[in-house]
Design a protein around this ligand. Structure first.
Ligand code: DGP
Length: 143
């Protein structure tokens, strides 16, 4: 998708309405139009990167610093008891412009923890296999 058609790029360029809560040189944060809870914010890099895997290293720190700021502001401003932070990458990602969901949470708000069912591993062998595959990939990526 080109940045011309990207809905979040349009909000960044002020061509579409966004209920903006924060902006700095590298990022913009605005209310999600279909919130999990009222106050659910999206934080996006101003430059168009599709996923966390595309985000340049030097933006990771500044972007997550802003995620922390917005989390604190949501807790303070909305008296939220906690915050959920999440990023869909490719699967379940409906807008292909990296966005961090920052969602106010309160006890009994009916969002069930991680949203999806979670299961234990079949056995220790499976755990070790998965652990080794990820560790080997990390070793390759760090070469
Ligand atoms: P995801 O499913 O993780 O890609 O989340 C995309 C989110 O973006 C979804 O919660 C709804 C929100 N969204 C989609 N279109 C717009 C829009 O035009 N404006 C705003 N503010 N949010 C949008």
């Amino acid at each position: 998708m080109s940045t011309k058609d990207c809905i979040f790029c349009k909000i960044i360029r002020r061509e579409s309405e966004g209920y903006i809560v924060f902006e700095d040189d590298i990022s913009l944060s605005f209310l999600d139009i279909r919130p999990l809870n009222p106050g659910h914010c999206l934080l996006v890099p101003k430059d168009h990167y599709e996923t966390i895997m595309d985000l340049p290293e030097d933006l990771i720190g500044p972007l997550f610093k802003n995620a922390k700021l917005i989390s604190k502001a949501i807790e303070m401003g909305l008296s939220a008891q906690g915050i959920f932070i999440g990023i869909n990458n490719k699967i379940s990602q409906s807008v292909p412009h990296l966005h961090i969901h920052i969602v106010p949470r309160n006890k009994n708000d009916n969002l069930k923890g991680f949203f999806w069912p979670r299961y234990p591993y079949k056995d220790r062998e499976t755990i070790l296999d998965i652990q080794n595959r990820i560790k080997s990939a990390i070793d390759l990526l760090l070469i």
